[in-house]
Design a protein around this ligand. Structure first.
Ligand code: HEC
Ligand code: HEC
Ligand code: HEC
Ligand code: HEC
Ligand code: HEC
Ligand code: HEC
Ligand code: HEC
Ligand code: HEC
Ligand code: HEC
Ligand code: HEC
Length: 301
């Protein structure tokens, strides 16, 4: 690879305050790349094409302590050990690393303890002792977990039930690569039970289905309360994403309404019954989320 020609120098910026100068290598990445070059077994260089390698961003590692922003002080490691001695250790990442979970994640959180991850501590994933690098690959040009085409496979690795849900007939189109888990979830934790990006489930739905928020002249009470009373969130065998099919769905709450005989009371189960034919209750009550028509009080127009 020609990118790393000798006229480019990545000397550490002068204004960086290093606590203990003696622990860090003097020339930053230049020192490391003497040994970790193109021929090294592990490909280092793609990092220079992603955000961590962007020297023009003063917040990025490459504008600060460079490799050592993440891997920690490495001067001793970069020095050839005396014969018979091991090379001094340096922080490495992943499940095989001797560094503890807190040490590894701490290296990332020194820069990433911001808004998006303020709920990481105590989150479902943190409690499972997950590492940032269980999901993130930093020496690649494009971190796979950030790609809509690849993300769900990461999650399905552990969330097998959800894989099955998204394979149903009526789904949020994750398997068509038109949506990803993180449009609704924050994998770093959130204040809700299911780590939703918004404070309530309905707020999550309104982000994309804004028209269902209303306000309606005639509201159907359960809609504003919880979309989940009628809809599945991932996938369902009843289109569109319904928990049950109509009229059973409606009958969960409207068992003996004034007009409607129970559609399954025997007398109604005939080919004539408007209650069970085709869209059932929806044949007449078509505006199931709410109506803005002056005479839409029964959600019929
Ligand atoms: C003089 C050569 C040399 C220099 C300079 C050097 N390394 Fe290494 N480094 C190695 C070798 C050799 C290994 C492999 C050790 C092994 O396989 O047991 C290694 C391993 C590593 C590992 C894997 C962790 C481990 O303990 O196995 C990391 C991470 C690493 N180096 C980062 C750095 C960083 C960051 C710098 C710059 C501060 C740096 N290295 C400078 C030779 C060097
Ligand atoms: C933003 C943090 C970050 C920066 C900056 C960074 N690395 Fe890494 N490095 C990692 C992580 C995380 C891994 C573990 C594998 C992965 O995620 O890709 C890793 C893996 C490695 C490995 C392989 C270690 C092993 O276990 O075999 C080496 C060697 C290495 N980095 C050297 C470097 C060098 C040299 C630089 C500077 C040019 C550098 N790293 C910059 C985070 C970083
Ligand atoms: C020295 C500070 C620093 C450290 C240490 C650091 N990062 Fe970053 N990271 C950044 C900056 C700056 C960005 C770019 C943010 C932006 O553009 O808004 C970034 C971006 C990212 C992104 C988004 C990449 C993208 O393409 O959008 C991920 C994921 C990430 N970091 C993960 C990590 C992980 C995991 C670690 C620990 C192994 C880590 N970072 C260590 C500063 C750091
Ligand atoms: C369960 C997998 C997973 C774990 C564990 C994880 N992340 Fe992420 N991370 C993601 C996904 C997926 C995205 C993309 C989020 C999106 O598109 O909104 C992301 C996005 C990011 C971003 C860039 C976008 C942003 O929110 O600023 C950064 C930075 C980041 N993660 C850092 C971290 C750090 C630091 C840790 C460890 C404390 C961590 N991640 C742990 C999956 C994970
Ligand atoms: C290494 C395994 C693993 C991976 C990979 C993983 N998770 Fe998880 N996740 C868990 C475990 C374990 C829990 C906590 C147990 C539970 O509540 O089901 C959890 C909990 C959750 C929860 C909250 C469940 C609740 O009831 O509070 C959500 C949402 C979630 N994960 C989404 C994701 C997403 C999105 C991804 C991919 C970016 C992902 N997970 C990747 C293991 C994983
Ligand atoms: C359209 C938004 C949306 C998308 C996309 C989405 N989820 Fe969810 N997810 C939800 C909602 C809403 C809940 C349940 C909240 C509640 O009722 O407490 C949930 C719950 C969960 C739970 C907790 C257990 C459960 O099933 O109730 C896990 C784990 C989970 N989702 C993982 C994933 C994974 C993995 C993906 C991507 C493959 C994903 N989700 C995509 C909205 C979504
Ligand atoms: C990030 C955007 C997004 C969020 C958030 C979201 N949806 Fe969706 N929803 C979609 C997309 C995209 C489709 C697929 C539309 C299509 O197939 O034409 C869809 C489809 C649906 C459908 C089926 C529509 C049909 O015609 O088949 C229902 C029902 C639905 N969503 C309900 C919900 C509920 C309930 C929530 C909250 C838990 C929610 N959505 C959150 C984007 C979103
Ligand atoms: C009382 C049950 C019920 C509740 C609560 C409910 N829905 Fe529906 N929803 C339905 C039914 C039934 C259909 C099918 C309508 C049809 O086929 O004409 C539907 C269809 C949809 C559709 C696809 C067709 C369309 O009208 O765009 C979307 C999207 C949708 N609902 C989103 C939501 C959202 C978002 C919420 C919460 C704010 C919600 N629903 C609450 C019963 C409900
Ligand atoms: C989770 C419970 C629940 C479900 C499921 C449900 N509803 Fe309702 N519905 C209500 C409540 C509560 C009201 C408000 C009753 C009131 O104001 O007296 C209501 C009101 C109505 C009204 C207006 C009644 C009036 O007097 O103005 C109609 C029509 C209606 N629902 C039809 C349906 C249909 C059709 C379905 C199935 C698609 C359905 N409902 C599913 C709870 C539900
Ligand atoms: C053939 C058309 C039709 C079908 C099908 C239908 N309804 Fe109705 N529904 C009406 C009419 C008309 C009214 C208004 C009656 C009135 O004002 O006295 C009504 C009123 C209601 C009311 C309000 C009750 C009240 O006391 O005013 C509810 C709740 C309701 N329907 C639920 C349902 C449910 C649930 C189903 C499916 C099992 C259903 N409807 C199927 C025509 C229909």
């Amino acid at each position: 690879m020609l990118f790393w020609c000798c006229c480019v120098s990545l000397a550490v910026a002068d204004d960086i305050q290093v606590n203990d100068q003696n622990l860090y290598s003097r020339k930053g990445a230049d020192t490391c790349l003497k040994c970790h070059d193109e021929d090294y077994k592990y490909p280092i260089f793609p990092i220079f094409y992603n955000k961590h390698g962007n020297r023009n961003d003063p917040r990025s590692p490459m504008a600060q302590l460079q490799c050592e922003s993440c891997h920690g002080p490495g001067r001793a490691h970069a020095t050839e050990p005396k014969v018979g001695f091991d090379r001094a250790p340096i922080i490495s990442f992943g499940r095989n690393s001797p560094a503890s979970k807190d040490k590894q994640n701490g290296q990332c959180l020194q820069c990433h303890n911001d808004h998006g991850r303020q709920n990481w501590a105590g989150s479902a994933h943190e409690r499972q002792d997950m590492l940032c690098v269980d999901c993130h690959k930093l020496h690649e040009r494009h971190d796979p977990v950030l790609q809509i085409t690849q993300q769900s496979e990461f999650c399905y690795g552990c969330h097998k039930k959800q894989r099955a849900e998204f394979a149903r007939t009526s789904v949020h189109p994750v398997r068509y690569e038109k949506m990803e888990c993180t449009q609704c979830h924050n994998p770093h934790g959130a204040v809700t039970d299911a780590m939703l990006k918004t404070n309530t489930k309905n707020d999550t739905c309104y982000r994309c289905h804004a028209e269902k928020r209303g306000p309606y002249l005639w509201t159907h009470a359960p809609v504003a309360e919880n979309c989940g009373l009628c809809h599945e969130h991932h996938g369902s065998i009843h289109t569109p994403l319904l928990k049950k099919r109509v009229p059973l769905l409606c009958q969960e709450c409207h068992t003996s309404t004034a007009h409607a005989r129970n559609p399954y009371d025997g007398s109604a189960v005939s080919s004539q019954s408007a209650f069970v034919l085709a869209k059932g209750c929806l044949n007449c009550h078509s505006q199931v989320h709410g109506s803005n028509h002056p005479s839409g009080v029964k959600l019929m127009r």
